[in-house]
Design a protein around this ligand. Structure first.
Ligand SMILES: [Zn+2]
Length: 236
């Protein structure tokens, strides 16, 4: 025990080298690749698929909520691992790239793509050292060669009633009513979206019932921002 142990513990927290997707301990190249082991990188690079359900806009996910996708999300949100947030951002960027390839979204080099992070409660964001989805959206925008933009236009009011037990439609209404919008950030987004061909995408870590993205989209639409697609790291 003592100072040396303390420093070693601190270094372990900052420089964790175990893969955030599978906990396998091996050197993870910093600043190279996706920040996970080779097997997890393969699993995370599968083509995205639309999330089941009649969502508007259509929501695309990098994979099902399980395995490595779930592990990355939990590592970012529950274990507060910054490297997992970066991986989450890269996964979201990968979905956007695929949607550009299939023509669902414009090429951000030609028309701005604005990634709008789904809202979270400020208390949850504080616990996690900042909103995980908003930070991942910034990573994603940077990864898209810096041509995309990321914005956090809304947070969830602390007093918003829990949606457990509500129908999907009721959850959507509950969430859209519980949003607090950042007006100056929303103005910035509107300015970005005035560019020819510009589109907005709502972004979240996971889409299960669709209530969060649905409520967010409803609130955005009421303020003149109509997202072209939803992008998530994992879908139910
Ligand atoms: Zn791994």
């Amino acid at each position: 025990m003592g100072i040396v142990t303390g420093i070693a513990d601190a270094a372990d927290l900052v420089w964790r080298r175990d893969c955030p997707g599978c906990a396998r301990v091996e050197p993870v190249p910093v600043g190279r690749g996706i920040g996970v082991c080779r097997d997890c990188a393969v699993a995370l690079r599968r083509p995205p698929s639309p999330v089941d359900g009649s969502f508007s806009p259509r929501v695309y996910s990098a994979g099902p909520y399980g395995g490595v996708h779930r592990a990355i999300i939990l590592a970012a949100k529950d274990h507060h691992r910054p490297d997992a947030v970066t991986v989450l951002g890269e996964v979201i960027a990968g979905v956007v790239r695929q949607l550009v390839t299939t023509g669902e979204l414009p090429d951000p080099r030609l028309a701005p793509v604005v990634l709008l992070a789904a809202p979270t409660r400020p208390s949850a964001a504080r616990e996690r050292g900042g909103c995980v989805v908003a930070r991942a959206a910034v990573v994603a925008a940077r990864s898209l060669d810096g041509y995309a933009d990321a914005a956090a236009v809304a947070s969830l009011a602390e007093g918003t009633p829990d949606s457990v037990g509500l129908s999907r439609a009721a959850r959507t209404v509950n969430l859209s009513q519980g949003l607090e919008l950042d007006r100056s950030e929303l103005r910035r987004v509107r300015r970005l979206l005035r560019a020819p061909g510009a589109v907005a995408c709502v972004v979240d870590d996971v889409c299960t019932t669709g209530a969060t993205l649905g409520g967010f989209t409803t609130a955005l639409a009421a303020r003149g921002v109509i997202p072209a697609a939803g992008v998530v790291a994992a879908g139910a």
